[in-house]
Ligand binder design. Structure first.
Ligand code: COA
Length: 532
C-alpha cells in the first residue's frame, strides 16, 4: 500500500477553477477512473477521475475552494503508483479543449464585419465523437459574442460552444443527440468573422465539413475567467456530465430540478433530493393507489372549499382505478320487455307477499342473473394471476351496488343459487339498510362472483358500469320506460327495461356477452322461464 496524491490536472493556462462537488468521502473505496472531484470554470465542467483503484485517505479541498493546476485535492491509498508522478501525460478532453482554446486566444485572427461564419467543433483532444446535448438558441436569434450556441458532452466533460462573434444565428447543422467530431460544422451565423472558417471558403473547398482540414477551434475566444456564468434560466440545464447521466438513468427531467451548487448548478444530491421528494409526494391514501387528481390552484378562478374524502371513497377510487386500468372492458346493451313482470309484481304477487316485504324489479333481475350465470359459467369466473387459467367458481354470490351517504358499498348476497324472488327482495333490502346504517360487517362485502348495479329507481337510459376485479362481468340496470315496440303488425306500448352488461374481454367474447344479456332479457320478459 502506498499513498498517492491526486492533483488538479493541467488546466491549459487557466489560473483557477472552483471545486463544485466532492463525490467521495474519506474511507470510500473507489475504482480507477471513478469521478472523485468536479471542477468548474465558467465554460466547462471537469471531472477529476481517480487515477487508480484504492481507498480515499484524505480530502484536501472543500466545495467552493479555488484550485489550480497541480493543487493536491485527494490522498489515496493504493498499491499502484499513479498520476502525480507524471501529471501531464494523460489529459482529459476538457483539458485539451481548454488548452486549445487558450492557444486560440493568443492567435486570434483579424475580424471582418458581417460575414457568414461556420462554427465548427473545436479540438477535442483526441476524443472521437461527442454528443450534442443542447441547442441553446433558436434559429434567427440575435447572438452576442460568447453566447452559448450549443452544449456538447463527452464521458468526462460538458462543453459549451460559444458564438465566436456577435451577429445572428442562421442555422444549426446538427440536432440534439447527434455525435460530432472535431472540425464538424455545427452552426452557421452571420456576424463578424472570427476564429471560424467563412462559409464561402468552406464552399470553395467543395468537401464535406467533417473532411476539411483541421479547423481552428472556435470555442472560448476570450480568457475563460472573463466569460459570464452560463445562464440557468429558460429551461437550460446547468449540470455536469455525471449529473446528466444520473438524470437520464432515473428518468429525471433536469429542467425541473433546482440546483443548489454554485451559480445554481445542479448537483447529484439535487437530483437525488428531487427523486426522493417525488416518491414521498403521493402520501395520501388515494394517491398511493394511483389515483391522480389535479394540482391546479382553482382558487385563481373563484372561491373553493377543500373537503377530505372519507375512507370508503378513497378505497372505491383505488378499486375503480385498479379495475379500469387492468381490465379491457366492453359494454353490451340490451332491453327486456318487463310488461308482464310488472303486471304480476304489482298485481297478483303484491297480494301474496308476507307482511312488510316489498319486491322491486331488482329481485327479479337478481334471480335472472343467477340463472344466467349457471347457464354461462364463464361469467362466474376469474382469471388466475398470470392469466394462464380461468377459475370457474361453483358458488354464486351476487354483489349489489348500494348508494350510501358515505359512498358506494357492495354487500354480497351469498348462495344466490339457492334463493327465490322473495329471498332476494328481503335480503337486498336488509343489506342495503345495513350498508346505509354502517352496520355491514366486512365479510358481508366479500366473496362476490358477479355484481348488479341498479340505477333504475333514479332514471337514465343506459350506463357503462365498471367490472369489479377479479370478477369478469357486471350488470347495470337503468329505468324501465314505456316504448312503442313493433309486434309484426303494429306498435304496442311495452315496458322496456334497459340493461348494460360490462365484461372482461380477455375472458368473454362479444357474442357470449350478447347471448348472456339476451338470456337475462328472455327470463325477465316471461317470468315462467325462471321456474324452469
Ligand atoms: N325501472 C323502473 N323503476 C324501478 C327500477 C327500474 N329498473 N328499479 C327500481 N325501480 C323503482 C322501484 O320499484 C321503486 O319504486 P316504488 O317506490 O314505486 O316501489 C323505486 O324505483 C325505488 O327503488 P329502490 O329503492 O332503488 O329499490 P331497488 O330495489 O330498485 O334498489 C338499491 C335497491 C340498494 C340497489 C338502490 O337503492 C340503490 O342504492 N341504487 C344505487 C346503486 C348505485 O349507486 N349504483 C351505481 C354504482 S356505480
Amino acid at each position: 500500500m502506498s499513498q498517492t496524491q491526486v492533483t488538479v490536472p493541467d488546466l491549459g493556462g487557466i489560473e483557477e477553477v472552483e471545486v463544485i462537488e466532492i463525490s467521495i468521502s474519506v474511507g470510500d473505496t473507489v475504482e480507477a477512473e471513478q469521478e472523485i472531484i468536479v471542477l468548474e470554470s465558467d465554460k466547462a465542467t471537469m471531472e477529476v477521475p481517480a487515477p487508480m483503484a484504492g481507498t480515499v485517505a484524505a480530502i484536501l479541498v472543500s466545495v467552493g475552494d479555488k484550485v489550480s493546476s497541480g493543487t493536491p485535492v485527494v490522498e489515496m491509498e493504493s498499491a499502484v503508483e499513479q498520476r502525480t508522478a507524471e501529471p501531464d501525460t494523460k489529459k482529459t478532453t476538457t483539458d485539451v479543449v481548454v488548452e486549445a482554446a487558450q492557444e486560440k486566444v493568443s492567435a486570434e485572427p483579424e475580424v471582418a464585419p458581417d460575414s457568414e461564419v461556420e462554427v465548427c467543433v473545436p479540438d477535442l483532444g483526441g476524443a472521437d465523437a461527442v454528443e450534442v446535448i443542447e441547442l441553446s438558441l433558436k434559429v434567427g436569434d440575435a447572438v452576442e459574442a460568447e453566447d452559448s450556441l450549443l452544449v456538447l458532452e463527452s464521458d468526462k466533460a460538458t462543453m459549451e460552444i460559444p458564438a465566436p462573434s456577435s451577429g445572428k444565428l442562421l442555422a444549426y447543422s446538427v440536432s440534439v443527440g447527434d455525435k460530432v467530431s472535431e472540425g464538424d460544422v455545427i452552426a452557421r451565423m452571420v456576424g463578424q468573422q472570427n476564429a471560424s472558417k467563412p462559409a464561402a471558403e468552406a464552399k470553395q473547398d467543395n468537401a464535406p465539413p467533417a473532411n476539411t482540414e483541421p479547423v481552428p477551434p472556435t470555442t472560448i475566444s476570450k480568457p475563460i475567467e472573463s466569460i459570464p456564468a452560463a445562464p440557468t434560466s429558460s429551461g437550460k440545464v446547468h449540470a455536469g456530465p455525471a449529473v446528466r447521466q444520473l438524470g437520464r438513468e432515473l428518468g429525471v427531467d433536469l429542467t425541473l430540478v433546482s440546483g443548489t451548487g454554485p451559480r445554481n448548478r445542479i448537483l447529484k444530491s439535487d437530483v437525488q433530493a428531487f427523486v426522493k421528494n417525488r416518491l414521498q409526494q403521493p402520501s395520501s391514501g388515494a394517491q398511493t393507489m394511483g389515483v391522480v387528481g389535479s394540482s391546479e390552484d382553482f382558487s385563481r378562478f373563484g372561491a373553493i372549499e377543500n373537503v377530505p374524502l372519507n375512507k370508503i371513497k378513497q378505497v372505491t377510487a383505488k378499486n375503480m382505478v385498479q379495475s379500469w386500468s387492468t381490465i379491457p372492458q366492453v359494454t353490451q346493451f340490451d332491453s327486456a320487455d318487463i310488461t308482464q313482470l310488472e303486471a304480476y309484481r304489482k298485481g297478483d304477487m303484491a297480494t301474496m307477499l308476507p307482511e312488510g316485504v316489498k319486491v322491486s324489479p331488482l329481485a327479479f333481475v337478481l334471480k335472472a342473473c343467477v340463472l344466467a350465470l349457471q347457464k354461462f359459467p364463464q361469467f362466474n369466473s376469474s382469471l388466475n394471476a398470470d392469466g394462464s387459467e380461468l377459475i370457474f367458481k361453483q358458488f354464486y354470490n351476487l354483489g349489489i351496488a348500494v348508494e350510501t351517504p358515505d359512498g358506494l358499498l357492495v354487500p354480497v348476497i351469498k348462495e344466490a343459487d339457492k334463493k327465490g324472488i322473495i329471498d332476494f327482495a328481503q335480503e337486498s333490502a336488509e343489506l342495503a339498510g345495513k350498508a346505509r346504517d354502517k352496520k355491514l360487517p366486512m365479510d358481508g362485502m366479500m366473496g362476490g362472483t358477479f355484481t348488479i348495479s341498479s340505477l333504475g329507481g333514479i332514471g337514465g337510459t343506459a350506463f357503462t358500469p365498471i367490472v369489479s376485479a377479479p370478477q369478469v362481468a357486471i350488470l347495470g340496470v337503468s329505468k324501465a320506460s314505456m316504448q312503442p315496440v313493433w309486434n309484426g303488425n303494429s306498435f304496442e306500448p311495452r315496458l322496456m327495461l334497459p340493461i348494460s352488461l360490462s365484461y372482461d374481454h380477455r375472458v368473454i367474447d362479444g357474442a357470449e356477452a350478447a347471448r348472456f344479456a339476451r338470456y337475462i332479457c328472455q327470463l325477465l320478459s316471461d317470468t315462467r322461464h325462471m321456474l324452469l
